[in-house]
Design a protein around this ligand. Sequence first.
Ligand SMILES: [Zn+2]
Length: 340
Amino acid sequence: MELGLTETIQINITDLAPINSVLIEIGGFNYSMTKISSITWEYSSWMPTSTGLKPYTIYANDSSNNRVSLSLLEILLLSAAPVKKPIPVGVSPRHVHLTKANFHGLFGPEAALERTRDLTQKGQFASEQLLTLATPVGRFENVRVLGPFRSASQVELARTDAVRLGLDPPIRDSGDLEGSPGLTLIGPAGRVELTSGVILAQRHVHMTPKDARDYDVVDKELVFMALAAPVPAEVRSSPRTVVFGDVLIRVHENFRLDFHLDTDEANASGARTGDQAVLFKIGGVPLQSERKYYPKKRLYSERDIMNADREGLIILVERDTIITPAARDMGRQKRVFEFR
Ligand SMILES: [Zn+2]
């Protein structure tokens, strides 16, 4: 079974009296099952929203008002498959954002920033203007200037570009330039020495507040993006599926849904602008390194709770774990339990 897919649950019930209603309870909710043959009842629209064990109970009422309940099985959901519609990919080659002053320093006092093509995000555009990036180690010519003007000039490179320029820029969200290296910008009308502003853009997804609700994410959250799933045959990167971690969610009402990668990241997967990627989160499973667990036992007493509390350990409570009533109260109070 996989997350994001609708599951069908069927049960065969026989009774001396006719069965007139069947309910299934999953995760605290009751759903009516539909009779699809003389003995078979079905619930066909359950969509699990998290991984793990899912206990369920089926209740059957017969015409003599006898009620039978069955808690037969638990459904194990292991896969964290994608849950929502794919997100378009936008690949950003190295580029420059400029302040108005730097722009005129490079292109002359009379120059105007000319729009040649609108970018996906509202108000952002590729300009006519190209310039050269230079360091003592290397240079790139014909690097495009993007508009509109910014309050600080910023150069966005792929890691491979940075190596060729002998730079080691930090991975940053756009606009976060403190402590980043600089380089020389060379335009047709002059040069500008940037003392900082060179970054590797952190891969990110632009989305609206509504998208954020749909994908169950918040601004600045880090998620995973998979390139290639779920329809490999339609995706150029199909033989090179890559899952990217540390993808930053950026939410703004003016944004349009788009997953921005640099050329190194895109080339690693064979992706190009217009391909599709799938957002997913790995939730509910704390990293092993973050949590320290109390030695596993079948029965926990107050002494165990006190020991766990003193040593800062977590007691894992599973379905077959037994806890004495006093220990249960104390454990709740001291917050040492983790329920599985
Ligand atoms: Zn972006």
